[in-house]
Design a protein around this ligand. Structure first.
Ligand code: GN1
Ligand code: MG
Length: 364
């Protein structure tokens, strides 16, 4: 089946090439006539009902079209000739076509204060723009996506049944690291259950790769990868964004043998974090409550902890979820996330001080 021919795009179609570093979906760029587009195959093992993603996308785009004083840009969904938002191939896979945002780039890492502020501000604008979008209009695209206590439970269950886990020193060290922090897993979940914080519209995956910059690398232009736009907690987004942007050598970077002590430090970049928080705080004054702010430090610590557990579980389960280039990569990624957690803990005092400073005038 010719997938691209189903979409309402110009012809001829050429130059189809893999795009980006996503770990879940398959993404391609293509040329159609004189225009470029993005084609994606959605991972239906991860997303139980991919059509919900496109339905949420439409809801979000419609909301932004009417209420966008934040000037937030997202890629448009390109319909098929018969007006659908996706195509299913013979094997049942879901494919979608997206607008190519012209003159944009992704940044492998943030190098200036201004870029970090832009990232924080873009995420803040997303939360501000969606604060008036009723949650019941959004479907849940990925159930329990940030249910950290469930990730912990699953990891411990999988590890208990896995012989490799008992024999490998690296896995053992990771499990000790996790066990020593098991209380951390419930911190946001409990705050939500007890009514201290409430669900909002979240992006779910605001890592640096999902933020497009203008070609001059100065202004953040658009937020992409909207698969996990669904009800969630603001802290999940902010924690995840900081986790990704402040881990400056990236998710696959080398780890020291003493990763659980934060290596030799220098893993979590506090200066970048300060500017992300400054940009975010400026945009979210009217959106954040004092209870939201009180959980920011824990969220920054929690998200790398959660991702580390997810990587480790996937390693123990045979790399079924996150794409890998070699066996052991998910274990390595887990170690890197735990090293980040340890480095955040090492810098707890200055980090808490700067959260207080950045958000002080926002508390309501
Ligand atoms: C996955 O597919 P991608 O690369 O945008 C994952 C995120 C992780 C991220 C780590 C649906 O995102 O939760 O933070 O990898 N997405 C899903 O790079 O699980
Ligand atoms: Mg994604």
């Amino acid at each position: 089946m010719n997938i691209t021919a189903k979409f309402a795009i110009p012809t001829p179609i050429s130059a189809i090439a893999p795009l980006g570093n996503g770990l879940i979906n398959e993404t391609f760029s293509l040329k159609a006539g004189n225009q470029r587009f993005v084609l994606q195959r959605i991972n239906a093992t991860v997303f139980p009902a991919p059509e919900r993603i496109m339905a949420n996308w439409r809801v979000l785009a419609g909301h932004l079209a009417k209420n966008n004083d934040c000037r937030l840009r997202i890629p448009a969904l390109i319909p098929t000739h018969d007006g659908s938002d996706f195509v299913r191939d013979a094997a049942g896979n879901y494919w979608r076509m997206l607008e190519w945002i012209e003159d944009s780039v992704t940044l492998p890492q943030l190098t200036t204060t201004a870029q970090a502020r832009e990232v924080g501000a873009l995420l803040g604008r997303f939360h501000r723009a969606t604060a008036t979008l009723p949650l019941e209009q959004l479907a849940v695209t990925l159930p329990d996506f940030h249910a950290t206590p469930l990730y912990l439970q699953r990891l411990l269950t999988v590890a208990a049944k896995n012989d490799q886990a008992n024999q490998c020193d690296k896995i053992h060290a990771c499990l000790e690291f996790v066990t020593a922090r098991r209380k951390l897993a419930a911190v946001l979940d409990t705050a939500q259950r007890t009514g201290h914080i409430t669900q909002r519209v979240t992006h779910g995956d605001p890592k640096l790769d999902n933020i497009l910059f203008q070609q001059n690398k100065q202004q953040a232009l658009a937020l992409i990868d909207l698969d996990t736009v669904q009800p969630g907690l603001l802290q999940h987004d902010l924690g995840d964004c900081v986790r990704s942007c402040c881990n400056q050598s990236g998710e696959n970077a080398e780890v020291s043998p003493h990763f659980e002590k934060g290596g030799l430090g220098g893993i979590f970049n506090l200066a970048i974090c300060a500017d992300i928080l400054a940009g975010y705080a400026e945009e979210t004054r009217a959106v954040l409550t004092a209870a939201d702010i009180a959980l920011i430090y824990e969220a920054i610590r929690l998200l790398p902890f959660e991702l580390g557990m997810r990587f480790l579980t996937d390693h123990l389960e045979g790399d079924r979820y996150f794409r890998v280039t070699h066996t052991g990569q998910n274990l390595h990624r887990a170690q890197r996330q735990f090293a980040l957690v340890a480095d955040i803990e090492r810098q707890r005092q200055p980090l808490q001080a700067l959260i207080a400073e950045r958000f002080i005038s926002c508390a309501s």
